[in-house]
Design a binder for this molecule. Structure first.
Ligand SMILES: [Zn+2]
Ligand SMILES: [Zn+2]
Length: 280
């Protein structure tokens, strides 16, 4: 992956040249906000005195120049290894997905999504899944190629309950065809050594603790440069810490971290640490 000039601090930051259809790969931050996104609606409908200094500024600037308006955490990898064909790999599809498409896909001229990867199954990572149909080709009979979507078995089980109509293969007797997102569910393992390939790019899962009772996945990817993208982490487990540490198997060029809590011990991480969130 080419990684250059990654903007820090606001949704829509991109490493530039590839965005818009040129050559080279790019990372586009579709969202860098918390689970409820920014602004916090309550800060605007019932302002405190004095008003919240973040949310009170959230509607003053256009989105691409506004660090105080942020959608759910999500990354789009514009993968273009040969400088000609672009593949678009989306990590997480949260509550604000539609807004992110309208805001950033239009700005960076992203025509479609080739594959999807989920970090976990919380609302801020998956509740935009219904809107995937809006970026897929139209077919009233759902006769289109499904978009591959990679997720853990735990996430799969939860999503099958949240979105049974996106998972069910056959209609029930007497049920009419209704247009829904077409997804090809692919189970990945919560194991640093069990890589998978999405749209031609290899990914290594990086399991981390998201609270002490829950495992969430980060991902390591990149050919020319190694990038680790880890969202919603509260604590590293030893195997993942070993992988991304300076002493580990991979020498990272860029570590992208998303955490609401300042509890992470970054003893042996690379110089290129890019922390999203922490907006207060
Ligand atoms: Zn606020
Ligand atoms: Zn979560």
């Amino acid at each position: 992956m080419e990684v250059e000039g990654v903007g820090i601090g606001s949704d829509g930051a991109s490493n530039g040249p590839a965005a818009g259809g040129g050559g080279g790969s790019a990372l586009i931050f579709l969202g860098t906000g918390c689970s409820s996104a920014l602004p916090n609606a309550r800060c605007l409908i019932e302002p405190s005195d004095p008003p919240c200094r973040v949310c009170s500024q959230s509607l003053l600037l256009p989105p691409d120049a506004n660090p105080n308006y942020r959608c759910n955490t999500s990354l789009l990898i514009d993968y273009c290894p040969d400088n000609t064909k672009h593949s678009y790999i989306l990590i997480d599809v949260g509550k604000t997905f539609r807004e992110q498409v309208l805001r950033w896909f239009t700005l960076y001229k992203i025509p479609h999504v080739d594959s999807i990867i989920l970090t976990h199954e919380h609302a801020d990572a998956v509740l935009g899944l219904d809107d995937i149909r809006a970026i897929q080709p139209y077919s009233s009979t759902n006769d289109i190629d499904p978009t591959p979507i990679y997720l853990s078995q735990h996430a799969m089980d939860s999503i099958a309950e949240k979105f049974p109509y996106l998972v069910r293969k056959k209609l029930k007797e007497g049920q009419e065809v209704r247009r829904v997102a077409q997804l090809d569910w692919k189970i990945i393992e919560e194991n640093c050594e069990k890589s998978f390939v999405a749209s031609g790019l290899q990914f290594f899962p990086l399991p981390v603790m998201h609270g002490e009772d829950y495992v969430c996945l980060g991902f390591l990817f990149g050919e020319k440069y190694k990038v680790a993208y880890i969202s919603d982490v509260s604590r590293f487990i030893p195997s993942t810490e070993q992988v991304i540490s300076k002493k580990g198997v991979w020498q990272l060029d860029l570590l992208i971290l998303d955490t609401l809590y300042k509890v992470i011990n970054l003893l042996a991480t690379p110089d290129g640490i890019f922390c999203i969130e922490g907006y207060q």
